[in-house]
Write a new protein. Structure first.
Length: 182
């Protein structure tokens, strides 16, 4: 095993000032010393099209390679219409194709998210976890990290204000690292 656990962080938003991108950057900052979180830019991933599977687009090849190189995945998802954003589902679909070349297979995975609503991303996280069943990902179920009222959760520099939430993020990353060790 490597000296550091390599985690690929994927925020399911394209918006430049996304609360979920801010949350992911906080996870990078708060990660324990034995963990390294690399943020994946998903903005160039094309819409999934099975017609492109014979010769995968270069960006998709790079996506799949990156997934396969890391020890674990950290999804940070917004909640759109009680579910995950299409861009995130698109990345998940490309990572699992062409069948049976599932780059997600067996990967430990954790989820967190931020939303301006009062429930955080509870429903989106539940929907995302459904994908893990077919993908054969090993999801960390506790602790749960739901940031509600995200517009008030970060300071003007994009840092989380709440110390309890910060501690939960550290706990989640440690639990993900433990999942990798198992």
């Amino acid at each position: 095993m490597r000296s550091k656990i390599k985690i690929l962080g994927i925020a399911g938003s394209l918006r430049v000032s996304s609360f979920n991108k801010q949350l992911l950057r906080e996870a990078v900052r708060l990660a324990p010393e034995n963990c390294e979180i690399e943020i994946l830019d998903i903005s160039e991933v094309p819409l999934y099209n099975q017609d492109l599977e014979d010769v995968l687009p270069t960006v998709v090849q790079a996506l799949k390679k990156k997934i396969e190189e890391v020890d674990a995945i950290l999804f940070v998802t917004p909640e759109y219409n009680y579910s995950i954003p299409g861009i995130l589902k698109n990345v998940i679909d490309w990572g699992s194709r062409p069948y049976p070349d599932n780059s997600w297979n067996g990967k430990p995975v954790a989820v967190m998210g931020a939303s301006i609503g009062g429930f955080g991303t509870v429903r989106a996280q539940m929907a995302l976890r459904q994908c893990f069943v077919f993908l054969n990902m090993k999801d960390v179920k506790q602790p749960e990290v739901f940031v509600s009222k995200a517009q008030d959760a970060f300071d003007d520099k994009g840092k989380l204000k709440d110390e309890t939430t910060k501690a939960k993020i550290v706990e989640l990353i440690k639990a993900l690292a433990e999942s990798v060790k198992k």
